[in-house]
Design a protein around this ligand. Structure first.
Ligand SMILES: Cc1ncc(COP(=O)(O)O)c(C=O)c1O
Length: 375
């Protein structure tokens, strides 16, 4: 199997641990391990203290899957599989798709959502939003679906635009998938990060018998280091295939991660609510920054999630802009090129507590006049 490099991850690999400031991260600051352990009930603490460092159940421990189910209408732990989010995406596509299948995926998107599909010899169509609003039109989706469409891939809250759907729109997507007998894979990695007054959507696995929902602890919880994600679906046979495929990859999760994940899930608000608060404040600060600096030619605040995709008023490409910015100020931003997107955009991530400080450094840099804006 041949697969193209994951551009965004390679760009992060080059800068994430050397750049002084991260302005494009999609995760929230990582909590400390003690923050998690302090919340533990006596029963949960016992799990931690008596933990044996052997292999774990390949589908995820029963207790972890029970903790996950509190966020779904589904009742059976056989409807849950645990692994890292990327591995779940990779495994699911591999068991679901065959060469020649057609897949519709939203774009711009986190590259693995479509690159794994491409590597399997499937044909792809991209469902794109209106760049003036980042709204996705379900009529456009309907136009893209064909007789051999096996899978539709969506991601709301959307990385990178911060776009979101109404319940009506989500129901329309489910109707399109059902009409064509297609599976619907819904990457819900930013679930519960509600930034605007939009109503929170139910997970797709609760709405559709061929729906598969992905969520995890990296983004909404700020616990990316645990590498815990999960799929939930009504289709238990499909999940069994994912578990079998995983035997060729990680086989099972790490025991310490599983226990910390159980504690975090059982005290979810303690993580998610402060993250949402931080994102909201940073979004508002960025609004003020936009009003003061004409380099930002369009900022559509996120409706949900932790990121926005902002348009720049610059002469250079966004890649050149980002490369220079990190070199000259230590501020890392992700340019549009990492999302295979044309246009001069960078992703802004709002989940970090040093955001105000980074804005200050960015502002000082722009005042030096080194960045040439278009007149
Ligand atoms: C939409 C989306 N899906 C999946 C992932 C993968 O999550 P993780 O990095 O925890 O494996 C990411 C990470 O950025 C993402 O943005």
């Amino acid at each position: 199997m041949k697969i193209n490099d994951f551009k965004l991850e390679r760009y992060f690999a080059n800068h994430e641990f050397t750049a002084k400031y991260l302005l494009s991260s999609s995760d929230c600051d990582g909590w400390e391990m003690n923050d998690v352990l302090q919340l533990a009930s006596p029963r949960e603490l016992k799990l931690w203290e008596e933990l044996q460092l052997g292999y774990t159940e390949s589908e995820g421990s029963s207790m972890l899957r029970e903790s996950i189910l509190q966020f779904y209408q589904q009742q059976s732990i056989e409807q849950v599989v645990v692994s890292s989010p990327g591995e779940l995406n990779f495994s699911l596509m591999n068991v679901l798709l065959s060469r020649g299948d057609h897949v519709v995926c939203i774009a711009p998107a986190y590259q693995s959502l479509y690159e794994v599909v491409r590597s399997l010899g499937c044909s792809l169509s991209f469902w794109k939003p209106d760049p003036e609003t980042w709204e996705f039109d379900t009529n456009d989706l309907e136009q893209l679906v064909r007789v051999n469409t096996k899978l539709i891939i969506i991601n709301f809250p959307h990385n990178p635009t911060g776009g979101y759907l109404t319940l009506n729109q989500l129901s329309e997507i489910v109707s399109v998938a059902r009409k064509h007998g297609a599976y619907l894979f819904s990457d819900e990695m930013y679930r519960k990060l509600m930034i605007s007054d939009r109503e929170e959507l139910p997970p797709v696995c609760d709405l559709y018998e061929k729906g598969i929902s992905l969520w995890g602890l990296s983004k909404s919880f700020g616990l990316a280091g645990l590498r815990t994600g999960w799929l939930v679906s009504q289709d238990k046979d499909l999940l069994k295939k994912v578990i079998a495929f995983k035997d060729y990859l990680s086989i099972c999760s790490s025991g310490p991660s599983e226990v910390l994940s159980i504690i975090a899930l059982n005290h979810a608000d303690a993580f998610i609510l402060p993250n949402m608060e931080k994102i909201r404040k940073n979004v508002s600060l960025f609004g003020e920054f936009t009003a003061e600096h004409d380099i930002i030619s369009s900022f559509i605040p996120p409706k949900a999630g932790s990121t926005a995709f902002v348009k720049l008023n610059i002469e250079n490409t966004s890649l050149e802009f980002s490369d220079r910015l990190v070199e000259q100020t230590g501020i890392m931003t992700v340019p549009a090129e990492m999302f295979d997107t044309e246009g001069k955009y960078i992703r802004i991530g709002f989940g970090r507590r040093n955001f105000p400080e980074v804005m200050e450094v960015f502002s000082q840099y722009l005042k030096t006049g080194v960045v040439r804006t278009k007149k």
